[in-house]
Design a protein around this ligand. Structure first.
Ligand SMILES: Cc1cc2nc3c(=O)[nH]c(=O)nc-3n(C[C@H](O)[C@H](O)[C@H](O)COP(=O)(O)O)c2cc1C
Length: 152
């Protein structure tokens, strides 16, 4: 276990450097592929599953682009959320927009602090823990198929 080895915090999941290969030039092509917001779903799920089960702080990285994304990360159980791609796209002032979005949401939903929100939608605390399980995939697929049939 990483915590037994002394880890106080875990980052889920750092995006690896992924150069491409150019088959015409037979060369390695360094490429900077910035993240898409959908990429936060995987770390979000794992933070929600791990929150409260291990003695380490959890940091969410990959696909965090807005203040609402930060709030989702905190609700799943993250102590920290990290941003790189969106700041490269929009500039450092985007942080001010994120902060405002977070403050507005916390006020609208009557939260006094981020700590109050932290982990409230983790698997241990949410109303439907099975939503984080892979078995739920079957249910999602079944409901998708029903919708599809109904629309046709
Ligand atoms: C230009 C750039 C440079 C990065 N450099 C590093 C690095 O030196 N070491 C590292 O662990 N991660 C590095 N990362 C990964 C980020 O720390 C982060 O995990 C990743 O970008 C996911 O967040 P994002 O969706 O906001 O980009 C880099 C990311 C970008 C876009």
């Amino acid at each position: 276990m990483l915590t037994d080895a002394g880890a106080d915090g875990l980052v889920l999941f750092n995006r690896f450097y992924q150069p491409d290969l150019d088959l015409e030039k037979l060369a390695v092509v360094p490429n900077l592929h910035l993240s898409h917001p959908d990429e936060m779903r995987l770390p979000l799920r794992w933070i929600a599953i791990l929150y409260g089960r291990i003695a380490a702080d959890l940091a969410l990285t990959s696909g965090i682009h807005t203040g609402h994304d930060v709030l989702k990360g905190v609700a799943a159980g993250a102590s920290i959320t990290m941003m790189a791609s969106v700041l490269l796209q929009k500039g450092i002032h985007h942080l001010t927009d994120c902060l405002r979005e977070m403050e507005d949401w916390l006020i609208d939903y009557e939260y006094e602090s981020l700590a109050q929100l932290r982990g409230s939608l983790s698997q241990l605390n949410c109303a439907e823990p099975a939503a984080f399980e892979r078995a739920n995939y079957m249910r999602v697929l079944n409901s998708y198929r029903l919708d599809w049939v109904q629309k046709a």
